[in-house]
Write a protein that binds this ligand. Sequence first.
Ligand code: GAR
Length: 214
Amino acid sequence: MTDCCRVLVLISGNGSNLQAIIDGCDDNVSAEVVGVISNKPDAYGLIRAHQSEIDTSCIIARKDETRVQYDQRLKQAIEKYQPDLIVLAGFMRILSDEFVSQYLGKMINIHPSLLPKYTGLNTHQRAIEAKDAEHGASVHFVIPQLDAGPVILQAKVPVYEEDDIDTLASRVHEQEHAIYPLVVKWFSLQRLKMVNNIAYLDDKAIGVHGYAPD
Ligand code: GAR
């Protein structure tokens, strides 16, 4: 990695996490968002990128192509940006094992649950239905198994009896916007790595629930 970490963000929608990362990079000279790729042409995150004069690409899935074929086109688009770090920020596509395997240790994701709880979709609804007292978000390294890579950092929020999906989602979102830029900063400062499916911060193994200060 050169002095400045080249960050590429993949999105599918609103891009509020993208915005938090752009804003975080404005205050962090060690990282720069060099591009944004969306699989949806109408993703609002593309407008956010344009407003910050960040280059964008749109890779839309074709009806007749396989997942592996899509991922090959995605890889070509990614390589143009020569990223040091690939950040999945609400990128709502499952990626093939082949694709993920070539970016081990340099691709991270944010997931709206306290992993390993609630991998997959509808996490807020599932937390409410289970009457959980706590919910939250996790940033983790991406490995081929869905939402199963080592957790780097989690943020917890309370779940109130009167919560619906929207109120809970917005509480979780607020925390996402705090933790994701911080993890990008750690990576850009070369404090973070993954070795043999274990995440390390400053050469100390991170526990299953993410970094927790002593
Ligand atoms: C975020 O809440 C993120 O955790 C979730 O999508 C949302 C994107 O919001 N990601 C997933 O569900 C991935 N499995 P944003 O577009 O406003 O950043």
